[in-house]
Design a protein around this ligand. Sequence first.
Ligand code: HEM
Length: 531
Amino acid sequence: MSMPSIVLSTFLLLFLPPLLFLTWYLHIPRALPNLPKIPIYVSILGLWSSMGQDEIYERWFRTPLENHGAVLVWFAGRWSVLVSRPDWLTDMFRNEQLYAKAGSQIKIPHAVIATLVGDNIINAHGENWRLYTNTMKAGLQKKVFDTTSLLKQSRKLVDVLIDLQKGVGVDKGILVNDDVQKWAVDVMGENFLDLDLKSLGQPNGAVRIEALQSIIKATLFKPMYFSFPDLDHFPWLLPSRKRAYNIMHEFDNRLYAKIMTMLDKRNQTKSNEQSEEMVSHMLGEAYTSGRITEKQFRDNLKITFLTAHENAQQLVTSMFWQLGTRVDIQDRLRSEILCTAKTHPNPSQEIINNLPYLTAVVLELLRLFPPVCQLINRVALQPALLGGELPIPKGTFVGWNAWAVHSNPAVWGEDAREFRAERWGESVEEMQGRFRRETVRGTYIPFNAHKRKCLGQGFALLQVKILLFVLLGRVSWVVDPEYRLKMTPVCCSSDGVYLMLILIGWDSCTAGLSGYFDRVGVFMKRLSSTG
Ligand code: HEM
């Protein structure tokens, strides 16, 4: 055999099979609708580029999504249809029987993410979903939430941030993310799981189950494994995957142990009525009576832990950034809040929900920074015609992008990308009416819509409003001028926010509130000096 033919046959032997495999693995199925295709490298851009999700969206997604209402995108190991046209979204959300929930436990059951979340109230379909909802709903959707614990946790967060700022001095920014996560985890624990986790105020890593959350987030959203979850088949070859599975198991086992200890204690002491309504008790009762299996019990505990802290955490981080660039919004909010605080230093849910500007600001934050920005977790159970127009073959995964809808000028007007709380109206009734209408139309979907919309929505809105209520009474802040916002690779939330906190001074509304503003006078800097 001549030298060139040896080289050629070696090349063919070595490279042809993987090339053929890759061509087959990455090809777009012919049956998929004729839509613009987002290049596959965009899904793994994070490997070599520091572009944030906002820049990626502008560069590759905005034009095709706004022109066509949907695109083909490589997501979690397959080509899927990502939709942004509101009437198509409404069709998808309304027809849950056709576009059925199918999370990672169905799509990629072997993967690390499926090990983490399992089959739960958010990603299950049919009988299982009904079982989980009947078990947990009453604990997720209380008519009236007691604000005592939320006020206490929010005051603690503000104390911690003020101490942090004092520690670094007036001219340096502080990173708020770690403490926001601790606050969100503690709030979730107290309100849904009957766990007093006490992570806020402790050094990073002191409460292992809270510290695990940062590790889990960093583990899950590695671009290569996120886009090619088939790699999770090889933990024996990829040590980082082995570590990832171990982390997920550690979280699972720690949470299970904590909940079982709490339930045992409760059974012995038969504690008060309020804790009867907690999700963890309802799940515990369903598990011990045999209505759900141990795996279903564990999976639903984990999803409650994750969803009830992570989304609030993201929203608050975005809030710190957005309001830290707009002191005028802080000022207007503060005057509304302080006038109420004068008569209601410990406001009830009703009082908080009656504040119009506060309501508008939170709705607008959710529009511009939807914590759940993109989800592709539904599958067409039959051949379908989305919105009567777009053919979707059976077995195709379909999903949505909230930022695409919320930032589309054709939907929200030319100022769609501007923060303008006034767009929600004047009165709380007007705002709630608009919130409901836009949700039903598929034009405002931070909590999704129709049958599978968020069950924690009422609590989440209250939680963020109470934090703002407490925060604005005590401090003003600006984003550290050296910090540049970068959206995280997966969601539309800010990726680490450095703030400079300034304790506010006295003004006409605060007179007489010395108990409420316990720190006034300790460290005073007038707002005007912040520029
Ligand atoms: C700012 C905070 C929150 C946001 C933005 C948010 C957003 C969402 C979204 C977009 C969905 C739909 C997911 C999908 O289509 O697969 C959802 C579902 C859900 N959320 Fe939330 N959520 C928040 C807070 C909470 C909290 C505090 C809880 C309490 C545990 C909660 C419990 C749920 C549940 C149980 C579902 C599943 C509903 C069902 O499918 O029947 N969420 N949430």
